[in-house]
Design a protein around this ligand. Structure first.
Ligand code: ZN
Length: 480
């Protein structure tokens, strides 16, 4: 779908959603606060359905903007092949730029307009021959009543170093067979679904996976909007002759490479338990958001070397892919806490959605580390009274920051180092992101320097306790 079609589709979808909300029980209001109720009273399927993110192929690249009004968090892989990377990054940039444009347009009539854009992916490595990349785009803005979501897929022939077209994967002549399989699967899941309109557009987003292909169907295509986006896996066996890629690549089932996500694993956890802070000496808390990532272990190593600890605010859907790294965080004596399940702006979600974002994240952190954090950092630092009330009910406190290194913006180790050193003071909570190599390099220089200046590098919890600050559910902490 090109941009124009996509925009048209957004508008149509928004119209359908508004209509369905108006005819539903009470509607959800214009603040993007909720999701439409299913006619039978069931709850809406989650808008983001990639569950645990799977990173088997490519390095991670991102466009992240924590700036006011445009809240963006776009993740996509980098392959090292310039032509393919231009294509993938170009797609992500077009999403980001069009969000900017749409926000600018919204601001002409509403100066408080906001736009949230959230793009995440799964990448699959299929027998070292092919890679499949499934991106899901979620956007939520004050111009429409409900969030929207789309899929985009990229399939790569790793030997020939080129992107594959749909026709390289599926025999067009046998497309009807694939649609038959798909509609059967849909009916199995939703017996009342109307599949009479099934056509090739339902197969627009396919991604190669270990056992066959996944068919991703955006919200509102094929099924009623309230059922959300859909994913169906069709095996090579079921695809039969309709699958025309090299079959030998897929002959012996899945082969997920261990540690493919680039974990700096294998290292034994550092024995250093957390330092007992001396309240009479200066201290500060370095905090790292949006990981775990391949750079987390590097940061932990430097902390260990200088007898410090940090605080790592992890995105829930990444934890399973980086569970060794999550364990490394707690084993080093650093603090781990959640940063939502999929980096959505929590102030825009319903209470049920907030609870699920927070509880699911605690669950995976606990599964990986045995720790159940009682603090978390809200994405973008966005907080309102509803979020505080829900957090209080869940027994959770919120941690923001007093020093923003803006490392997501500069991606420059010198600038990040300079920002840390310029603003660090006794009691600071410093915001960094362990998603970037530039940040890991910056803190590798800042940590020895801060230690030399006499700072104790402590966790957020230690910082609060050392100053006698009570840690209360529903409260928001900023540091000095
Ligand atoms: Zn973040």
């Amino acid at each position: 779908m090109d941009r124009k079609m996509r925009k048209l589709f957004v508008l149509l979808l928004a119209a359908v959603l508004v209509l369905s909300a108006c005819s539903g029980s009470g509607g959800a209001g214009g603040s993007g606060a909720g999701s439409s109720e299913a006619p039978d009273g069931g709850s809406t399927a989650p808008a983001f359905d990639l569950k645990d993110a799977i990173y088997e192929y490519g390095e991670q690249d991102s466009i992240i903007d924590n700036g006011a009004s445009l809240y963006s968090y776009l993740l996509f892989p980098k392959t090292g092949e310039p032509e393919i990377d231009d294509e993938i990054r170009g797609w992500a940039e077009s999403i980001y730029n069009s969000a900017r444009d749409e926000l600018d347009a919204l601001r002409e009539s509403d100066e408080d307009a906001e736009y949230e854009i959230n793009v995440q992916y799964n990448s699959y490595l299929v027998k070292d021959t092919y890679a499949g990349i499934a991106e899901i785009e979620f956007s939520n803005n004050s111009g429409v009543a409900h969030p929207t979501d789309f899929y985009k897929t990229f399939n790569i022939d790793l030997k020939q170093k080129k992107l594959l077209d749909y026709e390289d994967i599926i025999d067009k002549e046998r497309e009807g067979d694939v649609l038959d399989i798909l509609t059967e699967m849909i009916l199995e899941k939703y017996p009342d679904a109307d599949v009479s309109a099934a056509d090739a557009s339902w197969l627009e987003h396919i991604v190669l996976n270990h056992e066959g292909i996944d068919v991703l169907i955006p919200r509102g295509v094929a099924l009623a909007t309230y059922l959300g986006p859909q994913e169906f896996s069709i095996s090579y066996e079921a695809l039969g002759a309709a699958y025309i890629l090299d079959r030998s690549a897929a002959s012996s089932g899945q082969d997920v490479p261990a540690g493919a996500a680039g974990i700096g694993g294998g290292k034994p956890p550092a024995a250093g338990a957390s330092v007992i802070a001396d309240p009479s000496k200066p201290m500060l808390a370095l905090t790292f958001d949006d990981g775990p990532s391949p750079y987390t272990a590097q940061i932990l190593d430097v902390l260990t070397k200088y007898g410090g600890n940090g605080t790592f605010c992890v995105v829930g859907n990444r934890v399973e892919s980086f569970s060794d790294t999550a364990r490394l965080i707690t084993a080093q004596g650093s603090q781990i806490m959640g940063h939502s399940w999929d980096h959505k702006q929590l102030t825009k979600l319903s209470n049920e959605e907030i609870i699920s974002e927070l509880n699911e994240t605690i669950r995976v952190i606990n599964d990986a580390t045995g720790v159940s954090p009682v603090m978390y950092r809200p994405p973008y630092g966005a907080v309102n009274d509803t979020l505080k009330a829900v957090s209080k009910d869940l027994g959770l406190s919120l941690v923001n920051w007093s020093v923003d290194t803006r490392d997501w913006e500069s991606r420059n180790a010198d600038a990040v180092y300079a920002n840390i050193m310029k603003d660090a003071r006794n009691g600071s909570i410093i915001l960094c992101h362990d998603l970037y190599e530039s940040t890991a390099n910056a803190v590798a220089r800042a940590i020895p320097e801060l230690a030399a200046q006499g700072y104790q590098l402590v966790t957020v919890e230690e910082l609060l306790r050392a100053s006698g600050t009570p840690i209360e559910p529903g409260a928001v902490y900023f540091g000095k």
